[in-house]
Design a protein around this ligand. Structure first.
Ligand code: CA
Ligand code: CA
Ligand code: CA
Length: 220
């Protein structure tokens, strides 16, 4: 019975999954469209939560997957990069720009690629305004079209790599990643474990009255 109740709760959670909407850089999107995981990387990172943390630290994960453009991570290390993944949604090559990467501080450059060591594009972010009453952090988005890396129309991408070691030629600064959002995004199918099996449905429909009857019988 406890298992069945948990099953029902999981189903309800799937229906209401992450419905928060966020507006950044003039784009309104659902939080499910955000990047979800740090798959791999290199470098020691400085973040808005803690300094000198590793690729797999909670701080790096949090600042790149939260819904907050004011939390960020950067690295001074040559070769620094982050490979980021989507788990509850899929990025695909639709019309126009497919991915928005947001950066803060001096507008900088990322090396964007689809795999570690794969062909890359140097993409430059642009300052569009400030955010935060006290922090007044700059918001510098860059909009990336997967077609520019040869991805076919409607083809899906579940991860990508941001090289974060390109120093700005004028300011000698490195990019500070604050968020990455799939603009062309599809939901992935919910895990099958969250849906009660037919046998469970049968129990739900026919077993509950029986259980109620049995319980009543015990206490009468
Ligand atoms: Ca997501
Ligand atoms: Ca952030
Ligand atoms: Ca596109």
């Amino acid at each position: 019975m406890k298992k069945l109740i948990l099953g029902i709760a999981a189903l309800a959670a799937c229906v209401n999954v992450d419905a928060a909407s966020i507006t950044v850089a003039g784009r309104t999107f659902d939080s499910v469209q955000m990047v979800d995981s740090v798959i791999s990387g290199s470098g020691v990172f400085q973040t808005s939560l803690a300094d000198d943390v590793g690729v797999y630290s909670n701080e790096v994960l949090r600042v790149v997957t939260d819904n907050d453009p004011e939390s960020y991570a950067f690295s001074w290390d040559p070769g620094a990069f982050l490979e980021l993944g989507f788990t509850d949604n899929i990025l695909f090559n639709g019309p126009g720009a497919d991915l928005m990467v947001v950066e803060t501080g001096v507008p900088d450059f990322f090396r964007f690629s689809l795999s570690v060591g794969g062909p890359s594009l140097l993409v430059e972010t642009s300052f569009i305004g400030e955010r935060g009453a006290t922090t007044r952090l700059s918001i510098n988005p860059v909009f990336i079209d997967l077609s520019d890396l040869g991805v076919g129309l409607n083809a899906a991408v579940t991860s990508f790599v941001l090289g974060m070691d390109y120093s700005h030629p004028l300011y000698d600064t490195e990019p500070s990643l604050s968020m990455a959002v799939a603009l062309n995004s599809r939901l992935v199918d919910p895990p099958s474990t969250s849906v009660p099996e037919p046998a469970s449905w049968a129990l739900l429909l026919f077993g509950l009255p029986l259980l109620a009857f049995q319980q009543k019988k015990v206490f009468v």
